[in-house]
Ligand binder design. Structure first.
Ligand SMILES: Cc1ncc(COP(=O)(O)O)c(C=O)c1O
Length: 411
């Protein structure tokens, strides 16, 4: 995208404070963070779905489930309408409920913890590693009590957690493992896909994710009975045959066997997912290219770069997250984000540590100081655009804006 010279008025920044004016080069249009790359195949499939007259849960959902299961090498995959729903169903299928505790990293999206609350159990936050941003297995071990039922590792940004240690901890204490794979569709851990290492994997197809269905999710499991239970729980608690009511094989009465939820995916969503999934490897190649350019361009700035890919693993490159070295800057992270916004570069914050949010402070009694690494990251993290939709000029614009902003604001 062509850039043009323009003085930047940073005084109007929405958050944070930038004490200096930053004359600079600004993109002519706003670069939206996490804008998805939607191809003509997706558009044609959505139109064909609309024309087919079958826009609810039907054949395209079934095809997407089969193709996703094939991609991650899972015997079962159940499509739902979000990763949040996927996580919730996984915990319910494990029988997690009131009186139980579930260990959740404090550095994650709120959904990972919220679903624990929805089951009636208590999320117990554990700290993460400052370098990898993933759950620290030793910190998780310190949180185990007689009430602990499960651990929910989050493969942060697409980097797999230290699953050997987490699985060993789970085995030692008889705990279930639900992998939050919202960032980890392409993630491999010693040759195996994320989501198939523990009891359940929960994937997201939200608009910014590496496979997009606008809203959508998937649960993977090795357990056929659990997959069947997930389907029942995700569709009002209707008996197994109820899914047939979406077919043309004739009317059948259904039975409610337990009070379930309305979590099913539609064929309109699956129409997007089928073609997004077909391009996921090609898109990963583009994400890797952009990642390498960012690493090279930012190495001398007052930042901590993302940790290198761990040996024997594949990183899904979902988020390129800089940790700003605020001790070497004159401003805080929010002010840097505001300055980039003024330069027409959209960024993301992944995340403010969950335990610092009002609900978890006021209702669950967490406070600043409880999880130092998550808080340290929370104050410094800034994610840059990484969509495969970015062309080389877009990447140049991001690099130029980040370099000039951080150079101007260096202490
Ligand atoms: C780590 C993590 N877990 C869970 C979710 C929830 O995903 P969804 O929006 O599909 O419910 C997200 C979404 O942003 C996420 O990033």
């Amino acid at each position: 995208m062509a850039a043009h010279a323009s003085p930047v008025k940073v005084g109007t920044a929405p958050r944070g404070r930038v004490p200096v004016s930053l004359p600079d080069v600004v993109r002519s249009d706003y670069l939206v963070f996490g804008s998805p790359a939607i191809g003509e195949e997706e558009i044609a499939e959505v139109v064909a779905t609309l024309r087919s007259g079958w826009i609810g849960t039907g054949p395209r959902v079934q095809r997407f489930e089969c193709e996703f299961a094939g991609y991650v090498d899972s015997p079962h995959a159940v499509a739902v309408n979000s990763c949040t729903a996927a996580l919730h169903l996984a915990l319910l299928a494990l029988g997690v409920g009131p009186g139980d505790e579930v260990i959740v990293p404090a550095m994650t999206f709120a959904a990972t913890a919220n679903v624990v609350v929805h089951t009636g159990a208590r999320p117990v936050f554990a700290d993460v590693d400052r370098g990898t941003l993933c759950l620290d297995p030793e910190a998780a071990a310190r949180r185990v009590t007689a009430r602990t039922r499960a651990i929910m590792p989050v493969h942060f940004a697409g980097r797999p957690c230290e699953m050997d240690s987490i699985l060993a901890l789970a085995r030692e204490h008889g705990l279930a493992v639900v992998e939050d794979c919202a960032h980890a569709i392409e993630t491999l851990y010693h040759g195996r896909h994320a989501g198939l290492l523990g009891d359940f994997g929960a994937f997201s197809f939200y608009v910014t994710k590496n496979v997009v269905t606008a809203e959508g999710g998937m649960v993977t499991t090795h357990d056929a009975a659990a997959a069947q239970r997930l389907k029942t729980l995700g569709l009002h608690g209707l008996d197994a045959d109820a899914w047939m009511r979406f077919s043309d094989s004739g009317f059948r009465h259904y039975e409610v066997v337990e009070p379930g939820f309305k979590y099913n995916m539609t064929d309109l969503q699956a129409a997007l997912g089928i073609h997004q999934l077909a391009r996921v490897e090609q898109n990963l190649g583009r994400r890797q290219e952009i990642w390498a350019r960012y690493d090279a361009a930012f190495a001398d700035l007052p930042v901590f770069l993302p940790a290198a890919e761990a040996p024997g693993t594949r990183h899904a490159r979902h988020l390129y997250t800089l940790l700003l070295d605020v001790d070497r800057l004159r401003v805080d992270r929010d002010a840097v984000q505001a300055a980039l916004h003024e330069r027409n570069i959209g960024t993301g914050i992944h995340y403010r540590a969950v335990h610092l949010h009002r609900y978890y402070r006021e209702t669950h009694g967490w406070a600043r100081g409880d999880l130092p690494n998550s808080e340290w990251i929370s104050d410094r993290t800034l994610s840059l655009p990484l969509s495969p939709k970015l062309d080389d000029d877009d990447v140049d614009d991001v690099i130029r804006a980040v370099r000039s902003t951080l150079t101007a604001l260096a202490a």
